[in-house]
Structure formats: structure tokens, C-alpha cells
Design a protein around this ligand. Sequence first.
Ligand code: NAG
Ligand code: NAG
Length: 375
Amino acid sequence: MAISRAALLCTLVLATGFFLTVSSQTVPTPEEDFDAWIARNQAKYEAQNSESTVLDTQTLPGGDFSVEATPSPPQEATCIRTVGKKGSGAKYTKVKAAIKSIPKGNSVRCVIRIAKGFYKEKIEIPKDKPYITIEGAGAGVTILSYGDTAEEAGSTSQSASFAVMSDYFVAKDLTFENSSPPPPGGAVGQQAVAFRIEGDKAQFYRVAFLGAQDTLYDKQGRHYFKDCYIQGSIDFVFGNGQSYYETCHLHSIANPGSGSLTAQKKMTKAETSGFSFVRCNVTGNGPIYIGRAWGPYSRVVLLYTDISAPIIPAGWYNWGDPAREKTVYYGQYKCTGVGADTKGRVNWSKELTDAQARPFLSWNFVDGNQWIGKY
Ligand SMILES: *[C@@H]1O[C@H](CO)[C@@H](O)[C@H](O)[C@H]1NC(C)=O
Ligand SMILES: *[C@@H]1O[C@H](CO)[C@@H](O)[C@H](O)[C@H]1NC(C)=O
């Protein structure tokens, strides 16, 4: 993601004027915002903890669209691992050791329960260990953290604190963090991924992803994010994943004019990847772009989303390649908040019609009726 640096510096200069007009606005500090989110989700976690893991029936805002998704009851987990600090009674003290204990070619749902605490580990779940669930005691309560930058790790991808190569991964109620300090504008190699997903059919519930530049590498595969918190500065949800983000909270800690929420990388017309954000919140510092066209067919839509973070009026950036303006797919649908104002948007983005919005408004966007809720 280093090639974008010059463009961002450009943006910084161009956006400074705009920033001056918005800087007097009060924006919550990352801490305040995160704490409020934690409190809400901890309450939900406690309420749900004793119940089954069957999902709520998905309901859509406005009632405009029907949803075909019908989650089936969860499978009984036949494989449980516990992780906790010494003296907690847990079998493992390291998450890595619990993952290692699951056999290659695993074919049953394996749940790794991680007690509250801070775990400084760098972890990768290999491709041959599908059906793993990582379950914490709450976001902000169970924290898995590491602090590699791209420069230190050798690449952006390798900087991830936690990476998943396998299919049918589930994460619930914990924080994934990259603790590297936010890089100053123009720094090279300082991007630092908190979490990378390359497996297919992954689900995330009430998970916090904390980082700055390149926080969540949604690299490839179909994914479902529900009630998650994602904090970052530049391209903080990025990659070629095909993902449905529902009621998630995106929080920008960007320096003035140097940030972007997304950098989606759909490469060809035929690929089905893209990011759909439905009923999400966008808060924090700006002004930032909603998206930058990392791939020529980059596809990002925000629906029924409240955007209170200041957005660069153009909204979207062509990654320095005007040809991409003809092939990207960028849109909003019934969004609210100061940042949702589409006056000043590039004319290669659009307010979606009902018909255009429809495919992005249900789990069908990720073929979710086949796999969401099954774990
Ligand atoms: C978005 O913000 C509103 C108002 O602060 C809050 O009620 C709601 O729960 C938030 N939604 C998400 C998905 O964070
Ligand atoms: C879009 O905007 C650009 C730059 O302002 C302009 O040159 C172009 O003609 C516009 N295209 C359409 C289809 O309106």
C-alpha cells in the first residue's frame, strides 16, 4: 500500500482548506468513542452469553426489502480449548498453543475460549485448520495484540497481528490490535495490520479491530461482520474481500486530510468482491475519503449508514488513475449525517436507486444464506 503515499500528501494539501472549515467541530476522542462502544457491547455480550448462539433473525431498516437468509441452528461444538492466564484453570496460557493443538485437516467446529486479559502474540491460523472459533470475554476485555509494521515484518500482509488462512473461521467478543504507533503523514513502511482474513465464509460478532494505517486486511473470501468496531486512519478496511458489514462502527483517527476509510481491490469485472456497509456508523477525525480505488473495479457501497466523520467532499479517489473512474462501483443509499452529503461528490459515484441498492442489502451479497449463523 506504499504507492499511495504521494497521492495522500497531495490530498493533505488539497484538503487543508476544507479541514479548516470543519476543525472547530467537536469530535469524540478515540477513547471516549471506544469506551462507549465497549460498554454497549459488553452489555450485549452478557445478555447473550447464557443464551444459545442462534442469530437474531435479520431485520432490515425501512422494511423495503425482504431477506431470504434463514440461519440454521448452530452445530454443537465437539472440540473446546480454553486459554487464560496462569492460575485461571484454563488448559493453555497461549492462544498459539491452543491453535497448535487442533489437528490438521480438522473437520469439526473447534471453539477456543480465551479468558479476559491481554495476550501479546503474533498468530496465523493455517489453511488446513478450518472451523475454528475464537471467543473472548468481550471486546476490550480479551485483547490479542502485537506490534509489527510492514517494514519490520517484510510486507503489509505479514505485519498482521492475527491472520486467518482457513475457511469457516468465527471470532466473537474480543479485540484484535496492532499496537504500532500511528505513522506520521508520508511515512513509508509504517502501515501495520491488526487482522488479516484470507479464508472464505468467515464471521465476526462484536469484535474490535484496533490500528491506524491498514487496520483490517479483508484480503479475500466472503465475510460477515456484525456489530464490530474498526478503528484506523488510512485505508483501514482494505483488500479484495467480498464482505457484508452490518451495524458496525467505523472510527477514523486520521490526520487532517490524509485518511481513507476503505481501499477495496476488485481487479476484474468478473470478480464478485466488494464491501457493503449496512446500517453502520462512521465517526472520528477527517476529512477523509470514503474510499480509494486500490483495484480498477473497486466496489464499495454504504447503505443506511450514519456518517458523522467529516468526509472530503469528492468522497472517492481514483488512486491516480483516471481510467478507474469508468470501472469502479461506488455508491451511497439513504445515508445520514454531515459526511453523507453527496454535493461535491465525484460524478463517478452515485446515490443508488432502490433497485441498485437491493443486491447489497442482504446476506445474499455474500451468499450468506448458505453459511451465516452456522457455527
Ligand atoms: C450509531 O450511533 C448511534 C447514535 O450515537 C447509536 O445509537 C448506534 O448504536 C450506533 N450504531 C452503531 C452500529 O455503532
Ligand atoms: C464528470 O466530471 C468531470 C470533471 O469535473 C468532467 O470533466 C466530466 O465531463 C463529468 N462527466 C460526466 C459524465 O458528467
